[in-house]
Design a binder for this molecule. Structure first.
Ligand SMILES: *Cc1c(COP(=O)(O)O)cnc(C)c1O
Length: 215
């Protein structure tokens, strides 16, 4: 592949938000094994329609009062942990259920004021604290690049996230496993893969253009 990386090292999250269950089922039959949703209500209503062949990924802004319904069923990975109050709510609910919830920490690399995510300077202290919470397993970082026409414009943001992962991995934080970089969407995922993405979150390119699925 163009990025010269092992294709098995990059996993596809098929973003099924807003797509009707019939279309999602088609994608699953075509090989999608990870589905991404950004609203709890929608994930919760689709979750019972599929069996354990599907992993659910939550990729949107998460309100603390939605933590309970979200964790009432399996959630393979929450990509969007972006603040201490949410970490506390997830930790509390996961421990109540006797589970350990895998999460990624969302970083606002581009510094857009409207965007969720921790500032890069807040990341290490947050990771140090969150990695010690018994109900969470922090597995990496996530970012959303600003929407622009030229995918190359996203490259510095993806590169910065990869650097932050290296820094965090080298910080000697007990319990932290910096396995994943969740970055890249329909418009920019090839660039994200070149910069080290392990999870790409692709919606439109799958559901609107019918690209072949894999990974
Ligand atoms: C919608 C969404 C995606 C997928 O976007 P596409 O442009 O449809 O590929 C990826 N990540 C997040 C956080 C989203 O909300």
């Amino acid at each position: 592949m163009r990025a010269g990386r092992d294709p098995a090292a990059v996993r596809l999250v098929a973003v099924s938000k807003g797509r009707p269950p019939g279309r999602v089922a088609e994608a699953v039959r075509a090989g999608a094994t990870r589905l991404g949703e950004n609203r709890v209500q929608e994930l919760v209503s689709k979750r019972p329609l599929f069996g354990p062949e599907v992993e659910w990924h939550f990729i949107g802004r998460l309100q603390t009062n939605k933590v309970r319904p979200l964790l009432a069923g399996p959630v393979a990975l929450i990509h969007s942990l972006d603040r201490p109050a949410l970490a506390e709510a997830l930790d509390r609910e996961a421990r109540r259920l006797g589970r350990v919830q895998p999460v990624l920490v969302q970083v606002n690399v581009s510094g857009e004021t409207t965007k969720a995510g921790l500032a890069p300077g807040e990341l290490l202290p947050f990771l140090r604290w969150a990695a010690a919470l018994g109900g969470l397993r922090v597995l990496g970082l996530m970012t959303i690049a600003p929407p622009v026409a030229d995918p190359e414009a996203a490259r510095p943001h993806f590169r910065r996230l990869a650097e932050l992962r290296e820094e965090a991995a080298g910080a000697g934080i007990p319990g932290l496993r910096m396995e994943h970089l969740s970055m890249g969407m329909s418009g920019d995922y090839p660039v994200a893969v070149e910069e080290g993405a392990t999870l790409v979150r692709v919606g439109a390119a799958i559901f609107e253009e019918g690209e072949p699925l894999g990974g």
